[in-house]
Ligand binder design. Structure first.
Ligand code: FES
Length: 211
C-alpha cells in the first residue's frame, strides 16, 4: 500500500527534529486533541530579555502527521519572538511539510496548539497576559477540555469525568469522577494543576477524586 504522506512528511516522521524534553523549561504544555485523543507536550526555553525562544522540544503521543508537524513547528519557532511564534498557523506548518492529507488537519492543529499553550504558560507565569479576565467555572471547564484521560482517549469533560468545578476567592476546586487509585490519577492531576495554576487570579488549585 502506498503511503498517504509525501516524502517531506515521511522524512520528518522518521527523523523528527527537537524531540525530547527540556529539564526546567520556561514554558510547558501538554495538549490533547478532542478529535483523536492523542497528546503532545511542548517545552520552551525563553530568553527573558528579548522574549525569544532559545530552545524548543516536543514529545508526541500522536500519529505520523503529529510527529512531523511537531518537528516542523519546533524548527519554525526556534529563534522567533514569542509574538512571532504565536502566529505560526497549522496551515503554515502543513505547507512547510508540503501538505498533509485533509483528514489529518487536526494533527497539525494539535501540534500548533501545543506550542501556543507552552507560550501561554510562559506568559501566565511571568504576568504577561494582557487581557486579564476573571477565572470562572466556564474558563476552568474550557481548559479541562484539553486534558485527556489516557485510558479512553477522550477529554475529561467529554468523558464526563469532571464531577464538579468550584471557583471561590481564588481557589479552584475540581472533583474528578475517578478513584484516586486509578492508574492515571496522578498524571491527570498533574495536568489539571499545570493547566490551572498559572491563571493570574488563582491562588490555589485543589484536585480531588471521588474515592
Ligand atoms: Fe491523533 Fe494524528 S490522529 S494526532
Amino acid at each position: 500500500m502506498s503511503s498517504p504522506y509525501n516524502e517531506t512528511v515521511m522524512e520528518h516522521f522518521r527523523h523528527p527534529r527537537n524531540v525530547g524534553k527540556i529539564e526546567s523549561p520556561d514554558g510547558k504544555a501538554t495538549e490533547g486533541s478532542p478529535a483523536c485523543g492523542d497528546m503532545v507536550s511542548v517545552y520552551i526555553s525563553v530568553d527573558d530579555e528579548t522574549k525569544t525562544i532559545s530552545d524548543v522540544k516536543f514529545e508526541s503521543y500522536g500519529c505520523a502527521s503529529n510527529i512531523a508537524t511537531g518537528s516542523i513547528i519546533t524548527e519554525l519557532a526556534k529563534g522567533k519572538t514569542l509574538d512571532e511564534a504565536k502566529k505560526i498557523t497549522w496551515k503554515q506548518a502543513s505547507d512547510a511539510l508540503g501538505g498533509l492529507p485533509p483528514i489529518k488537519a487536526h494533527c497539525s492543529v494539535l501540534a500548533v496548539e501545543g506550542l501556543r499553550a507552552a507560550i501561554q504558560n510562559y506568559e501566565e507565569k511571568h504576568g504577561l497576559i494582557k487581557e486579564k479576565k476573571p477565572t470562572t467555572p466556564e474558563v476552568v471547564q474550557q481548559r479541562l477540555r484539553k486534558v485527556m484521560d489516557p485510558l479512553t482517549g477522550l477529554g475529561l469533560v467529554r468523558a464526563k469525568l469532571v464531577q464538579s468545578v468550584d471557583v471561590k476567592d481564588g481557589v479552584i476546586h475540581v472533583v474528578v469522577d475517578l478513584p484516586s487509585s486509578h492508574q492515571f490519577a496522578s498524571a491527570i492531576k498533574g495536568e489539571i494543576l499545570e493547566k490551572l495554576e498559572t491563571l493570574w487570579d488563582v491562588k490555589e488549585v485543589v484536585v480531588d477524586f471521588v474515592e
